[in-house]
Design a protein around this ligand. Sequence first.
Ligand code: FES
Length: 104
Amino acid sequence: MPELDVCPPEELPPGRTKIVRSGLLAVCVYNLDGELYALEDRCSHDDGPLCEGDWDPDEGVVICPRHGANFDIRTGEALTLPAFEPVATYPVRVEAGMIKVELP
Ligand code: FES
């Protein structure tokens, strides 16, 4: 299964994010209070750069910078219009001192 190396865990403390790329795919990894989540950096509404938007680490919500749709960082679920489709999420794990994202 393909995977992406993100960074060592100490470089992504709680409240921080990091975008990694593989070809045309961009994935954003969020540290929500010590739990890691990975979302595709592409809004399901109109392909906006989702992870450049503001996000709330307490609520686990990211706000698309283009038209303002809110998404659940943990599940990718669209919480508000104009988006209604989820964004892709990916499994994240830490192995041998590196955060890794599993790609489909
Ligand atoms: S592109 Fe994200 S809300 Fe429209």
